[in-house]
Design a protein around this ligand. Structure first.
Ligand code: PMP
Length: 426
């Protein structure tokens, strides 16, 4: 493949943008391809190379790159009528109504502009609502570029994971391994009265895909109820992807107090949201006292894209089609692995997938995975699913970057450049 144009663009970019990109994961070695345009399930780069796209914008593009006619015309109309006003519009109400109608844990929604902003606002809301400072996150969980969740360490021994974040932020953030019920109980036994919220993805989507074991979310729900803490589901990835329009909380039958959304809710535009019970969401200003505001929040073009995308999804058989394609892909990959590399594992559910390169399966790989994946009864392959972030880092993560990803790219398959982010089927 010829990459001359991408190379030249990257050289220019390196002079004017840090690392040549505007989001760190895009800076792949030796240089990223620069995209010229999308085409259905493909992207075409600046040199005219075509790739089948399993990145899908890191999740927002459930329908691929071709917007349905209804989405396209709504976006164009709202852009043409004047892109934004700083005053409310009908389309915001309609999207909030749609979300409340379909997502079990949501009665009210505050729209924001990125997943990061959603989780920042959700954490502030939980702290304001409970009058407590501490939050619990999962080790290896990702909730965006925010001070309170960029932490490393275990339990109450945590430190910021990036320079530029005061130590005092990490003092208020506690961690447990995903799926570790005992660690959750111990942490609550010691700190329960100070914990404002537990913040977790229902499925870890930024760590090679880790499914919840049966009972994990129920334990978190119980602990939060017993201690007056809130349960926040970060559904930035899983929202409107896993579990259909009910999202992962519907699939796993868990009732979170607060849900964060991003990606699909904006149909490919910068839209995200904090939703939940009215009693809690109404603590946001101006209804309540917890400050939250944004110039672009509820931007009509993004709202229209999100609303028309979700309407299209509701009116067409999108999930069975997309999830069916992903299941074909997962089982095809698994058949190849069973034949040639049985120690590797295919993970994923609905329209998410990933291959995890586990050679020496760590202890926690043993035992039956009780993940909420659809195939678990008839399928033994999930026995070796990673159960937490540590399991994924124990895998041969560098194999992805060293061999798999560059080789796939040269064959015209666009995957995320590292082992951790999920792949998506459109
Ligand atoms: N939460 C989760 C679960 C995410 O996966 C992401 C981003 N991939 C974020 C929050 C942050 O979203 P954004 O990049 O839009 O700020």
């Amino acid at each position: 493949m010829n990459h001359e144009q991408s190379r030249a663009l990257y050289d220019r970019a390196l002079s004017v943008m840090p690392g040549g990109v505007n989001s760190s994961v895009r800076a792949v070695r030796p240089y990223p391809f620069f995209v010229q345009k999308g085409d259905g399930g493909h992207v075409i780069d600046a040199d005219g190379n075509r790739y089948i796209d399993y990145v899908m914008g890191y999740g927002p593009l459930l329908l691929g790159h071709d917007m349905p006619e209804s989405v396209q015309s709504a976006v164009q109309r709202h852009a043409a009528e004047g892109p934004m006003y700083g005053a409310p519009t009908e389309v915001e109400v309609e999207l909030a109504e749609f979300v409340a109608r379909h997502v079990p844990g949501v009665e009210m929604t505050r729209f924001v502009n990125s997943g990061t902003e959603a989780t920042v606002s959700a954490v502030r809301l939980a702290r304001g609502y409970t009058g407590r400072d501490k939050i619990v996150v999962m080790q290896s969980g990702y909730h965006g570029a925010q001070e309170s969740t960029l932490v490393e360490g275990e339990g109450d021994h945590t430190a910021p994971s990036s320079p530029g974040i005061p130590e005092s932020f990490a003092e208020h953030t506690l961690t447990i391994p995903f799926n570790d019920r005992e660690a959750a109980r111990e942490l609550f036994a010691e700190h329960g009265d100070d914990i404002a919220a537990v913040l977790t993805e229902p499925i870890l989507g930024n760590y090679g895909i880790v499914h919840p074991v049966e009972g994990f979310h129920e334990t978190l729900r119980e602990l939060c109820d017993d201690h007056g803490s809130l349960l926040i589901f970060d559904e930035v990835i899983t929202g409107f992807r896993v579990g259909g329009l009910q999202c992962a909380q519907g699939k796993f039958d868990i009732d979170p107090d607060i849900t964060t959304f991003g990606k699909i809710v904006g149909g490919g535009f910068p839209v995200a949201a904090v939703g939940g019970k009215s009693e809690i969401i109404e603590q946001f200003t101006p209804a309540g006292d917890v400050f939250q505001s944004g110039t672009y929040s509820g931007h009509p073009v993004g709202m229209a894209a999100g609303l028309e995308t979700l309407r299209y999804v509701a009116e067409n058989d999108v999930y069975s089609r997309v999830n069916g394609l992903a299941e074909d892909l997962r089982s095809g990959l698994q058949d190849i692995l069973e034949d040639r590399a049985p120690e590797y594992t295919v993970v994923g559910t609905d329209s998410m997938f990933k291959v995890v390169f586990t050679r020496d399966a760590p202890d926690s790989f043993e035992g039956h995975c009780e993940a909420g994946c659809t195939q678990r009864e008839e399928c033994s392959r999930y026995d070796h699913c990673p159960k937490n972030g540590h399991d994924v880092t124990q895998a041969e993560t560098e194999r992805w970057e060293r061999l798999f990803w560059p080789a796939m790219k040269e064959q015209g398959v666009f995957l995320t450049a590292n082992q951790f982010e999920s792949q998506f089927v459109c």
